[in-house]
Design a protein around this ligand. Structure first.
Ligand code: ASP
Ligand code: MG
Length: 464
């Protein structure tokens, strides 16, 4: 591995790109917080713009003129207002881009269909526009800041529009070729998050929340010192402070722990976002644009301090879950039953968050989102009960899933006993339990009414 450069990649999310004022303060943070180290900024679309553009594409395809008019007017005024306030060439470039978007939307309306490819073309305007604004803001205090789309900077993907996968080696190589010489000259750069292009130059997107992924890809390409993800919270917490008032900010956790917490929605992240950083050993730091004094949460490959006496680092809670149990003696000792259950749900695009099966094999319990529960039950009834592979499919709604997460739990006896002891003391009934062999987390399902008490009981047991 080549030696680490001292570059800082900084990603600014939608809430840090809300209007001219927040964009200017984001540019200010890019200029002032890196202690003179080279900076590359990665930006999301302005707050809510991705949502508006998705609606705009749909409205255009349906030729719903009133909706197109309204959405276009909102997108236009939001960017024009910000551009005017930021100045420095932003109004002209933003206007030219909005005119292009207008023509694209007209074309979609004329054809009357929105393909995955044209949807990407529409939604990409969110990041293309915000990049122009950030570029103007970052260069208005003097100094050169060049603006690139993800594709222009060098990220190439396959043609899987909407959730395109980067051709990683090529992308890393090209990003370095584009950006390093400019950093070496003392210039700065801003790159659109979330968007990239195919090898034929067609615009693609990396999936919702993809700007974090872009930032980590850039960090890997430039062998950055750190990747900073600026948003509107201080970082990752030991628990949701609305549930546990004594919850603390986590100063440092490992990638494995962060990914485990992410599964529980501790921070809604693109599932692959951290991977390039983890793979190249580049620390990622979550920071708060509105509280830059806080150092945030640093995510590191391995914790240098080791076991700090807290085997459990955090207790994430996932609300609005449901437990589906597929039962029946026909499943016992019959290989392939679990595969059928998972296949059926995968085909229906239902995400399984937790699985448990007792050794008797008489039942498999699955935790899924409440909004998908009825559909999941119907699919399993059709695919497993009708052919006689299972006797029952029962659904328990109004439950929450929670977990204790921490790499210090691995190989330590007695953690599970403390978990269950703490819950028993608070009189909380556990509906289902799962622990992976990585021992990074123990997950439990409890009734929705008991969930907050369960998190508090575990927090006071392990963290205080
Ligand atoms: N603008 C995109 C989204 O809202 C990408 C991102 O913000 O990370 O999903
Ligand atoms: Mg957004």
């Amino acid at each position: 591995m080549s030696p680490r450069s001292n570059t800082i990649v900084m990603k600014f999310g939608g809430t840090s790109m809300k209007d001219a004022e927040t964009i200017r303060s984001s540019a200010q943070l890019a200029a002032s917080t890196a202690d003179g180290r080279p900076v590359v900024a990665v930006v999301s679309a302005m707050d809510q713009v991705t949502e508006h553009l998705l609606d705009l594409g749909d409205a255009a395809a349906a030729d719903n003129r009133a909706a197109v008019y309204n959405l276009m007017a909102q997108v236009r005024s939001k960017h024009e207002t910000a551009a005017k306030a930021i100045g420095n060439g932003a109004p002209a470039s933003v206007d030219a881009m909005l005119d292009k978007l207008d023509r694209l939307v007209g074309g979609i309306a004329a054809v009357g269909e929105l393909t995955a490819r044209s949807k990407d073309a529409v939604v990409a305007f969110g990041e293309m526009l915000s990049t122009q604004l950030m570029g103007a803001a970052m260069s208005s205090g003097g100094g050169i800041c060049k603006a690139f789309t993800g594709g222009q900077a060098g990220i190439v993907t396959n043609e899987n529009h909407g959730k395109a996968e980067p051709l990683m080696d090529l992308s890393l190589f090209q990003l370095k070729q584009t950006l390093q010489p400019l950093l070496d000259k003392g210039e700065r750069a801003v790159v659109s998050g979330f968007i990239a292009q195919t090898q034929h130059g067609v615009v693609t997107t990396l999936g919702r929340g993809g700007s974090d992924y872009t930032a980590c890809i850039l960090g890997a390409a430039l062998n950055a010192d750190e990747i900073w993800i600026w948003s509107d919270v201080d970082g990752l917490m030991t628990a949701d402070p609305r549930t546990v008032p004594s919850a603390k900010l986590l100063a440092e956790i490992t990638f494995a722990e962060a990914i485990e917490m992410g599964q529980f929605g501790a921070k809604s992240m693109h599932p692959l976002a951290l991977e390039p950083a983890a793979e190249h050993g580049i620390p990622v730091r979550f920071r708060n644009t509105f509280n830059p004094k806080s150092a945030g949460t640093r995510i590191v490959p391995i914790q240098p301090t080791g076991d700090d006496g807290h085997p459990v680092k955090s207790i994430p809670l996932l609300k609005n879950a449901a437990v589906l149990t597929v039962g029946g003696a026909a499943m016992i000792g019959r290989p392939g039953t679990a595969a059928k259950v998972f296949d059926a749900l995968a085909e229906a695009r239902i995400n399984i968050m937790m699985i448990s099966q007792s050794v008797s094999e008489a039942g498999i319990s699955l935790v899924i989102g409440k909004d998908q529960a009825e559909r999941a039950r119907a699919v399993l009834e059709r695919m497993l009960m009708r052919p006689g592979l299972a006797k029952s499919v029962t659904l328990v709604e109004d439950v929450c899933a929670l977990a204790v997460v921490g790499s210090g739990m691995a190989g330590h006896a007695g953690i599970a006993a403390r978990v269950f002891g703490a819950l028993a003391k608070s009189n909380i009934n556990i509906i289902a339990i799962a622990q992976g062999s990585s021992e990074l987390s123990i997950s439990m399902v409890v009734s929705a009414g008991a969930a907050a008490d369960a998190v508090r009981a575990l927090h006071s047991e392990f963290i205080g």
